[in-house]
Write a protein that binds this ligand. Sequence first.
Ligand SMILES: Nc1ncnc2c1ncn2[C@@H]1O[C@H](COP(=O)(O)OP(=O)(O)OP(=O)(O)O)[C@@H](O)[C@H]1O
Length: 630
Amino acid sequence: MKSTEKNIGQQFWQLLKLTQKMEPKILIYHFLAAFAQLLSPYLDFLFLGLFLNQLAHSSDQIFSLLILYLVVRAVAMIGFRYFSKLATDSRTRLHYRFDSAAAEKMLKIRFADLNDPKIRQAYQTAIDGETFTGGIDTFFNTGITQMFSFIISLIFALSTIIVLVSQHTNQTTALANFSNSIWFYLLILVLLIAPGLTAWHSVKRSNQIQQDMITKVAGNNRKFGYFARFFDQYQHGRLTRLYHLQPLLMKIADFNLYDTQDTFYHSQLKMYRHSAIPEILANLFMGGLYLLVGIKVIVGAIALSYVVTAVGYLHQFLSATSDLVREIGYYINMIHYLQYYVDFLNMPDDQTAGTLPVEKRDDNDFELQFQDVSFKYPDSDVWVLRHVNLTLNVGERLAIVGKNGSGKTTLIKLLTRLFTPTEGVITLNGIDIQKYDLTEYRSLLGVVFQDFKLFAYSLAENISANQEFDESRVWQSLDIADVKKRVYEMPAKINTPLTHNLDANGIEISGGEAQKMAIARAWYKDAPIIILDEPTAALDPISEYEIYQRFDELIGNKTAIYISHRMSSTQFSQRIIVMDQGQLIQDGTHQALMQQDGLYRELFNAQAQYYTEDKITAERKTADDTFAIS
Ligand SMILES: Nc1ncnc2c1ncn2[C@@H]1O[C@H](COP(=O)(O)OP(=O)(O)OP(=O)(O)O)[C@@H](O)[C@H]1O
């Protein structure tokens, strides 16, 4: 359900649930802070009543009462400072969590949706909505705090009413009878509720006046903007001079200016008038409450000293009500805008897909199968893969070759669940891969894509993709990727930060070295299925050959998929598949495919002639010029 389809109560509830999840004590801290803040005036009213009582009867305990008052007041003040600090800290944490949750959500959004303008718009609206309303921080600091002040003052007001209701008089005068009657209490209730209602009416009217004013002023601004753009443009200079347009233009400008001022003046006047009426009424209602409490004193139901306390409590309630009512429109707006953020966080993502655990197997017996898989990219009508049937046997070395755009990378994107097949299924040990828990499923795959990225963190963090790492495994991975010696020479070895982006001591590495690090990262993951999608483009053929050879020696019973335009990689593969225009057109060993009159032999022979000594040296020289660090 979108934010606009939910009522304000549902939106408020959802927002509270989310904030409670992120910062469980935030509400209680704000309640205690609001309570401690309100306690001071309430203590004043209470103790003033007690002092008057003392003065009216015996004043022997007045000194101890004074001490008690000072102590309790000090405790309330300390409590207020303490809880305010806790509330402020929790707001700061919540604000941070809101920001990071949005970023985290963006990271979890299904890869296939990442480029969708609707998703980007939802993210932008969520962020704008947060900023526009002053954010979740302001929501708690003003909205929730004011709501709690209202609730607390309501509780105190109710306690006063309970006292008034419970204190009857035995007198039988007309006034005494009235003070004991239901009408008396109903009148109190009306006098307590009425100011809120009149204030609400006035707020609605004021908002309307403001809206009308904005609409009218916007029209004038548009006309004035046209005038401003007109008179200062060179090409209009001749026209205004030859036709003596200055007086006309100035008249239009003056009219707009005066009209705008007039609109402001009258709107302000109307708003004052509308806010003055409820203020006058509030004072009248307050006077009425004083009178009713006074009647209770006159008829002897309550002590004179209690008047101060009762009137003080009721007065606090009335001002908390009008404060809340005045701002309620703003808070409703705030909840509405924050709902865009909640909606964004509730969007379906990677993590909501698939729940089945992946069986842990020491023998790495994981069989992957493409069953009649066809695929079109979202918002595209072109079939990129067509009826692909392929079984990846356990422990197999498989090379995928084919011309540019034949669908090799797309095949891997489907295998890694970055996209879902449009038709057909991919299975892992007989079960559709979409049904598995995504994190568990992806832990089976160590992938290096062509457009791999390294980050401006330490080398070890880049390799382990974690802040904690196994040092010896990092070194082993660097060795496999043929970059151990280079890292050994670095100032902080595996703790050396990459680039100067975040650290002045960071180092820059070549494109070829970066590719080797990305390969080391895939090795470190220790996944049972390793996929290298042309990770060696920036490497010279000899380095590429050495890396593949080491991989081949150490890979054991893991399954490996190599995609490379250099046909040399196919020598390490027991099986080669050839793709053309999204279809799997050949499948077999190097020898078998070389005997066929097909694309494989054509590609292989076309490349063989380039692999002369001279070409290899030239390639080595240009290999290091691309960088892939962000
Ligand atoms: N995100 C995308 N949206 C739409 N079409 C895409 C997208 N990515 C790739 N394609 C198209 O899908 C087809 C197959 O691309 P793919 O990257 O799988 O080919 P490839 O065989 O890996 O090519 P190369 O050897 O150049 O890396 C190409 O025609 C490409 O333009």
